[in-house]
Design a protein around this ligand. Sequence first.
Ligand SMILES: Cc1ncc(COP(=O)(O)O)c(C=O)c1O
Length: 371
Amino acid sequence: MSDEGYELQFVKDAFESNWIAPIGPHVDAFEREFADYIGISHAAALSSGTAALHLALLLLGVKEDDEVLCSSFTFSATANAITYQRAHPVFIDSDDSSWNMDTDLLVEELRRCAKRGILPKAVIVVDLYGQSADYDAILESCQEYNVPVIEDAAEALGATYRGMKCGDFGIAGILSFNGNKIITSSGGGMLVSEDRKLIEKARFLSTQARDQAPHYQHSEIGYNYRMSNVVAAIGRGQLKILDKRVEQKRQIFDYYKRVLNELPGIEFMPEAEYGRCTRWLTCITVDPKEFGGTREDIRLKLEENNIESRPLWKPMHMQPVFEGCRIVGGSVSERLFETGLCLPSGTAMSEGDLSLICSLIRSVRKYANRR
Ligand SMILES: Cc1ncc(COP(=O)(O)O)c(C=O)c1O
C-alpha cells in the first residue's frame, strides 16, 4: 500500500475497536510515531497547538504578572497562551533575512531585563510560514540568562534547522494539526520535549488532573486538552504523507517564483541558509512603486475571481487586544504586514490554477509597459 489513504483505515479501526475516547491505541501510536519523526524522546497529543503552548507555559511555572518574550510577527494563538496564565507578553520584532525573531533585539532585551533584575520567565520563538528561527544564537543567549525557550513550530512541521527537525529546539516544542496546517487531523496539537516528566505532567493536566484513585479525586486544576483516539487516527495517516506535502509545497513556491520573479517589485520570503523551509505558504512582499500596484490591489483582484489570499500576519504589537504591551523594535514586521501577502498554497491546486493566479497578479500592474 502507498502512503496515501491510511487515514480512513486507522479511523475505521478506531471505530471497530470502540476506542472513541480521549485515550486509546492511536493516541499512543501517534505520540510515538510523531516523536520519532521529529527525532525527540517524548510527545503528548493534545486538542490543539494553543493547548500545547498553554501547558508548556504552565509547566515552566509562568504565572500572574510574569513577563514572557514572544515573536510579534505571529498568529495571535502564540501570545494568547501567555495571557491565559495572566502573564504579560513582551514582543520582539523580526529580522529581514528570515522574518523570524531578530536575535540581536532578543539579546538587547534580555540584557535590559537582567539590568533591571527581572528576567522573563520564558521566551516563545515562532518558526514562521514554514521556516525555522536561528536557534544556535537564540539558545545560546537564553542559556546565558537561564531563560527557557519554547519553540512554537505550529507553522513549520517538516522544516529543518541545521539538519534537525523543527520542534526539537528549546525545553519544549509545540506543533499544530489545525485545518490550515501542512498536515491536519481536523484539529489537534502536540507538545514535544526531551523531558519525560514534563510530558507526563502535560498528559496528566490535559485529562483533568485526575489523581490515582478508584474515585474521581483532584489535587490540582486540570484541563480538557487531550487528543481523541479518532483524531489521532487521522493524524497518524497524515504523518505518512508529510514529506510528500513538503515537496508539493516547495514545488508550488518554485512555480510562483519562476513566473513572478520577472515582475519588478515582488520579493519572496527569503530562505535562510541554515535550514530547509517547507514553504507552508508562499509569501511575497510588494513594493507598490516598483510593481505598479499594492498588495491590496492583488488581494482584491484575486478575490474578484473568487480566489482567497491573505495579508501577512498583523504583528501582535499592532493588535488592539495587546495595546500597551512592550515592543522591542517593530518596523520590520510593520512593513511586512503593510506590503506582504500569502498566496494560495493548497496542494490540491493544479498547474492551471497557479497559472491563472499568476496572470491575475500580472494584470494588476498599472504601468505594465514601464519596463
Ligand atoms: C504560530 C502559531 N502558533 C500557534 C497556533 C495554534 O495552533 P492551533 O490552531 O492548533 O491551536 C497557530 C495556528 O493555528 C500558529 O500559526
